[in-house]
Design a protein around this ligand. Sequence first.
Ligand SMILES: Cc1ncc(COP(=O)(O)O)c(C=O)c1O
Length: 368
Amino acid sequence: MKAQGQDVVSLGAGEPDFATPAPIAEAGIRAIEQGNTRYTPAAGVPELRAAGARWLSSTFGLSYAAEEVMVTAGAKAALHMALNAIVEPGDAVLILAPYWVSYPALVTMADGNAVVLPAVPEHGFIHDAATIEAAIRTHKPKGMLVNFPNNPSGSVPTRAQVQAIVDVCTRHDLWIVSDEIYATLLYDDATHISPASLPGGRERTIVVNGFTKSHTLTGWRTSFLAGPRAVVDAACRIQSQVLGNACTISQAATLAACEQALPQEQERRMRAFDERRRYLVEQINQIPGLSLTAPRGAFYALVDARAWCKQRGIDDVALAEILLERHLLATVPGSAFAIPGFLRLSYAAAMDQLRAAVVRLTAFGQSK
Ligand SMILES: Cc1ncc(COP(=O)(O)O)c(C=O)c1O
């Protein structure tokens, strides 16, 4: 529709509207200029593995040796390598809804069986240990895939809630694959707690983290996988066959990201995201039939549109289609994340786009 010249407001993409910070991009350019363009070891250049271990320690209190950190081609590749390292054919893997769209397919591709726990919007999108434990007893999974701060809900559990997940996984000897790709994108009093940082967590957790979302390394395709040595070694053997190594030039850029915190850049981004987040929470909650719990992390607003769907006798997919076709507003229907009746709006978009989106949502709400 955009290509046809239509004025579509697109809040679909999960990609920051900020450029890759110059010092990081320049490190990539330097790598090319210096001929640093050859294969690296499959697990990544040793300096970057060591820098990744230092970054995980200084930023999240995680303790890994360089050999326990692998560099891969983005969080998505890290999840693929992690799942293929731990899942045997037919193993169940628990996924907490709402989940990032790729999780079920990633589990299926690892020959696993994805078991989805329905979302609990009434509990702030955080499942309690009893609910998880009941699912574990029924499905006997090999592991569990968790993602906090969560895409799409923006939920961030407390330390006690993360510890409860670790404890239940310890009782039943489950792996925890922890997708922490939004870990530095936090608001209000939210703190990121990795399961690997808590008692009992380290030996059963595979951490996926990196700079994709925080530093717009989206197209550079790098991230870290960290965990117990045996799993990292297995993930590396898989990686060496399917990927070889993460892009050498991008590894040089990622090393710069590890070595320079760029606090001003981070502050600028978080101020912008927070302003947009507050705007959406205030405005959306004034639109009759919609509600939005303030997200505490990432850059998504998961809007409860169940009342709109019910009033009109439509589902969220039809609602998203109408919003796009009649009001030129692109959102993602909650069904994509196993949370039907909701719409995800990304606020990794400029304020004028968010203002236009609010106008369009209001117009839909007033239409018959
Ligand atoms: C929760 C989550 N995990 C992983 C990814 C993929 O990250 P990457 O681009 O580093 O593969 C995304 C991207 O949207 C995401 O939202």
